[in-house]
Design a protein around this ligand. Structure first.
Ligand code: ADP
Ligand code: MG
Length: 477
């Protein structure tokens, strides 16, 4: 049968759109919802010209911002999808006429593809596996994720120290594997990239492979399909340092887990360094095979705790300094108080303020921050009631709920009561007199005193601060 002219190009256009959808999804995961909506949502794919991907944005301001902040990342993500891509050009251009809601990741309009790229776009999993393992295995590293830009504080100092140690002396006993775990947006990927940059910088001959667990699975399945599992194994086992990010993704994927287990053992036996990240500790990763769980836990396990107020403040200061934009102290404090979920969101909020200030040529103030971020802040303003706070805090400190409003002054009762008052002030919009009334008709000055006392204690005692932060998080989610 005669082949339809242009059918290759049509297929490539479809696969190009698929790639684009994946890239956007990945970007959204990486930068967080706020940042994505602010900067990236309006991007549309124009097409590929030679080896350059062309992307449109509606304004020059957006274009400049996306170029300077996401240009490298866009190119890296594109290269993961289509190896032939050399650059990404972000332009100012019209949005497609098709009324595709910008939220939708589906094809906005058929992008143009030069026929020469049709081949590069066609799926051909086997070819990618057999090639040179170096670079071939590793996903691109984010240039921003280095040790220099990582702000160290109580919640992450242990994980940071372990990562430093592994970067200096890969595969030293006791640190192999290094298992990093913690909630989303707390710096796991950042630390892994930092280790990779450090090792590559110090010993360029080392073959460092960083990948997501998802990518590992994808490659493995492709190899199975194209019956090239031998090459898959060989090329993977030739790396010196293997990093697999977000291992929890392998839960329930039994074959991939099995393959990973063998790779893991082979590399450890050969004295290679392995670094894994996950959202939970090995023992809490339900659904992981026991023997894998055991091996994962037998090196160094380091957790990254939720951020504390102090760490959030230091991170904001570091990022504002790096951006060379003056941000008043009270805005830092405001953000550090309000955006407690994770570092990614915090970063997103700060970036939005900075962009807003640049755009309108106005200084950042507390008022403008509240204004610019009001939608974000509202989402964070959970409707927590004072009763809930009292109940949780009483439970946590093992006192009776009635003691929240009793007259007892014993320290073991009075302190939790103050914590509850502090949280009531932080998490609800109730006034001081109102809060006082709910705590056994106390005066508003008592509440005021409680709030400042707890703040002081948190400053002085980081274990206590973490405790209160933990309560806050439990109440917020
Ligand atoms: P995770 O992989 O744990 O979900 P990431 O490593 O992707 O989180 O971090 C999310 C964002 O927050 C990144 O932009 C990262 O640079 C930043 N970040 C996280 N922790 C820190 C830190 N301690 N210092 C500076 N930036 C941080
Ligand atoms: Mg990550």
């Amino acid at each position: 049968m005669e082949k339809q002219p242009g059918s290759d190009t049509a297929r490539s256009a479809a696969s190009l759109q698929e790639s684009w959808a994946r890239i956007r999804g990945r970007l959204r995961d990486e930068v967080g919802e706020v940042e994505y909506r602010t900067w990236l949502r309006q991007m549309t794919l124009v097409g590929i010209e030679d080896d350059e991907v062309v992307v449109n944005l509606p304004t020059r301001f957006l274009r400049d911002w996306v170029r300077s902040h996401y240009g490298d990342r866009l190119r890296a993500l594109w290269q993961q999808e289509v190896a032939a891509v050399r650059s990404v050009d972000v332009r100012v251009g019209p949005q497609p006429r098709s009324a595709v809601p910008p939220d939708q990741d589906a094809a906005a309009s058929a992008p143009a593809v030069r026929a020469g790229l049709a081949e590069a776009l066609a799926p051909s999993p086997s070819r990618t596996v057999a090639a040179d393992p170096r670079g071939e295995w590793s996903a691109p590293l984010d240039p921003r994720f280095t040790f220099d830009t990582f702000v160290v504080g109580k919640p992450n100092e242990f994980a940071y120290a372990c990562a430093r140690r592994v970067a200096e002396k890969p595969a030293s006993p006791g640190f192999n594997p290094l298992f990093l775990y913690g909630g989303v947006g707390l710096g796991k990927t950042h630390l892994m990239h930092a280790v990779a940059w450090a090792i590559r910088g110090g010993e360029p001959a080392r073959n460092v492979a960083y990948m997501s667990a998802e990518k590992f699975m994808y490659r493995f399945i492709s190899a199975l399909r194209s019956q090239s599992t031998m090459e898959f194994k060989e090329s993977l086992r030739s790396v010196d340092v293997l990093m697999v990010d977000d291992l929890q993704f392998l839960i329930g994927k039994d074959n991939t887990q099995e393959e990973f287990f063998h790779t893991f053992n082979a590399l450890i036996d050969a004295g290679k360094q392995i670094i894994i990240s996950a959202d939970k500790s090995p023992s809490d990763l339900n659904g992981l095979e026991d023997r894998l769980r055991t091996r994962l836990g037998c090196g160094m396990v380091a957790d990254i705790h939720a951020t504390t107020y102090e760490l959030r403040l230091s991170i904001l200061q570091a990022k504002a300094t790096a951006a060379a934009v003056p941000v008043p102290k009270n805005v830092h404090e405001f953000l550090a108080h309000k955006i407690t979920s994770n570092v990614r969101e915090l970063e997103g909020a700060l970036n939005r303020l900075i962009a807003h200030a640049n755009l309108f040529g106005r200084a950042i103030t507390l008022e403008s921050a509240q204004d610019v971020l009001h939608d974000l802040l509202r989402a964070h303003d959970r409707r927590v009631t004072i009763e809930e706070i009292q109940r949780k805090v009483a439970e946590h400190y093992n006192i009776r709920l009635t003691d929240m409003s009793s007259a007892r002054r014993a320290r073991n009762v009075a302190r939790p009561r103050q914590v509850a008052m502090y949280l009531a002030k932080q998490l609800t919009s109730r006034s001081l007199p109102e809060i006082g009334r709910r705590f056994g008709n106390r005066d508003h000055t008592t509440v005021m005193h409680a709030v400042s006392r707890i703040s002081e204690l948190m400053q002085a005692d980081s274990a206590f601060a973490e405790d209160v932060e933990l309560l806050r998080r439990m109440l917020e989610t």
